[in-house]
Write a protein that binds this ligand. Structure first.
Ligand code: SAM
Ligand code: SF4
Length: 346
C-alpha cells in the first residue's frame, strides 16, 4: 500500500491508492492510542474503583490482531501510535506488538504510556523494538502519598523505572502527573524540579470524569492548570511555546533547561477543535472520542476477514463519519461516560 519511504520507520511520503482519514469537521487523524489491556498492577484513585471488573481475557484482541490493526492505521496515514492501557507492560508478550509496529514503514513515532513499574525489565527491549517516546505517570515524590494515590504502589519501583528509561536513551521521556486538590497540588514545584534535574518533560493533567470512582467527589478535587501555573511562576521562568508533541498538551519552556512543562486541560482549555486522534480499546472497540461513546467494533471486522485488510480499511474510514465534535465533560454532574480511563486507554 505504501508507495515510498526513506528507510525503516521513516516518513511515509504517499499512500496513493488509499483514502484519507479526515472526519466531517475536516480534522485529519494521524494519531492512534491503542490499549493492549484494561488490567493494571496499580489502582490509581482517579482512574479505577477499588473493586474493578476486568474484561475476560477471551474477549481481548490477540497481540497479532492489535499489530494488524495498528499497521492498517499506518497504511491509512497515521504517523503516531501510542500503546497504553491499563498498564501495557503487564500484558504477557506485549513486546511482540512493539516489535511488530516499531519499524513499520510510515510510522514515525511509536510511544508508550506506562506507570513505570515494569520498566527496569523492559526499557532496553522497548528501545530496541523502535519505541521513540515514553510517558511515565508519577503523581507524587512522597512514598506514602504515592501509595495513597495508587492504592498499592511503591514509589521506588516507578523511580527505578524512570532511571531505566533514561539509561535506554529514548528520544523523549515525559512525566504525566494528575493533580488533585488536597492530594498532591502542593507538589507541583517539586515535580517540575524533578523533571529539570533529569532533563525530561512533565505534563500536568486535569482529572477527567471517566467512570464512577467510589465516594470521592471529582469536582472537589479539581485543580486547574491555571492554578498550577500560578503556583509555579514564582519559582520558574515559564515561556509559552507553540511546540506540540502531537497531543493536547500546551507547552512552556524553562530557559537554561532541556525540560518542557505541559498542561493537558480538558476543562479549562478545551482541545477538541484540533483533535487528531482515535482510540482502540483492548477489546477492539474503536472509540472516536475520549469523552463520548461513539464507537465501531473492529474485532468483529478482523475476525470476519482474517486474510483481507480491505474491509478493515473501509471500517476505519467509515467510522470517521461518527466522530463527534468534542467531549462534554462536566465535573459537577454524575459521569456521563461510564467507562474508566483504564478501559478507554488514556
Ligand atoms: N497505566 C499507564 C499509566 O498510568 O501511565 C497507562 C494508562 S493510564 C490510564 C494513562 C494516563 O491516564 C495516566 O497518565 C493517568 O494518570 C491518566 N489518567 C487516568 N485516569 C484519569 C482521569 N480520570 N483523568 C485524567 N487522567 C487520567
Ligand atoms: Fe493503572 Fe495507569 Fe490507571 Fe494508574 S492510571 S490505575 S497506573 S492504568
Amino acid at each position: 500500500m505504501i508507495q515510498q519511504t526513506t528507510g525503516p520507520g521513516a516518513v511515509q511520503e504517499q499512500h496513493r491508492d488509499m483514502p484519507e482519514m479526515i472526519d466531517r469537521f475536516g480534522r485529519r487523524i494521524t494519531y492512534v492510542r491503542i490499549s493492549v489491556t484494561d488490567r493494571c498492577d496499580l489502582r490509581c484513585v482517579y482512574c479505577m474503583n477499588d473493586d474493578m471488573q476486568f474484561v475476560p481475557r477471551s474477549q481481548l484482541l490477540t497481540l497479532e490482531e492489535i499489530t494488524r490493526i495498528g499497521r492498517a492505521f499506518v497504511d491509512l496515514g497515521v504517523t503516531k501510535i501510542r500503546i497504553t492501557g491499563g498498564e501495557p507492560l503487564v500484558r504477557r508478550d506485549v513486546l511482540n506488538v512493539f516489535e511488530g509496529l516499531g519499524n513499520y514503514p510510515g510510522l514515525t513515532d511509536l510511544a508508550v504510556t506506562t506507570n513505570g513499574t515494569q520498566l527496569t525489565r523492559h526499557a532496553a527491549a522497548l528501545k530496541t523494538a523502535g519505541v521513540t517516546r515514553v510517558n511515565i505517570s508519577l503523581d507524587s515524590l512522597r512514598p506514602e502519598r504515592f501509595r495513597a494515590i495508587t492504592r498499592v504502589g511503591n514509589l521506588r519501583q516507578t523511580l527505578d523505572g524512570i532511571d531505566a528509561a533514561r539509561a535506554a536513551g529514548f528520544r523523549r521521556i515525559k512525566i504525566n502527573s494528575v493533580i488533585l486538590k488536597h492530594r498532591n497540588h502542593d507538589e507541583v514545584r517539586d515535580l517540575v524540579q524533578f523533571a529539570i534535574e533529569r532533563s525530561i518533560d512533565i505534563s500536568f493533567i486535569e482529572e477527567m470524569p471517566l467512570g464512577i470512582i467510589g465516594e470521592r467527589d471529582r469536582a472537589e478535587a479539581y485543580y486547574s492548570s491555571n492554578a498550577i501555573l500560578t503556583d509555579l511562576s514564582p519559582h520558574f521562568d515559564l515561556i509559552p511555546t507553540t511546540e506540540s508533541s502531537g497531543g493536547p498538551s500546551r507547552y512552556y519552556r524553562i530557559p537554561g533547561s532541556a525540560s518542557r512543562v505541559g498542561f493537558i486541560s480538558p476543562h479549562s482549555h478545551n482541545f477538541c477543535d484540533h483533535c487528531n486522534r482515535v482510540r482502540l480499546t483492548a477489546e477492539g472497540r474503536l472509540l472516536l472520542c475520549l469523552g463520548q461513546e461513539h464507537s465501531v467494533d473492529l474485532r468483529k471486522v478482523v475476525r470476519a476477514h482474517p486474510d483481507d485488510d480491505a474491509p478493515l480499511y473501509r471500517a476505519i474510514i467509515e467510522s470517521l463519519r461518527i466522530k463527534p465534535r468534542g467531549h462534554e465533560f462536566d465535573l459537577a454532574a454524575r459521569p456521563v461516560i461510564f467507562r474508566h480511563m483504564n478501559v478507554t486507554g488514556g
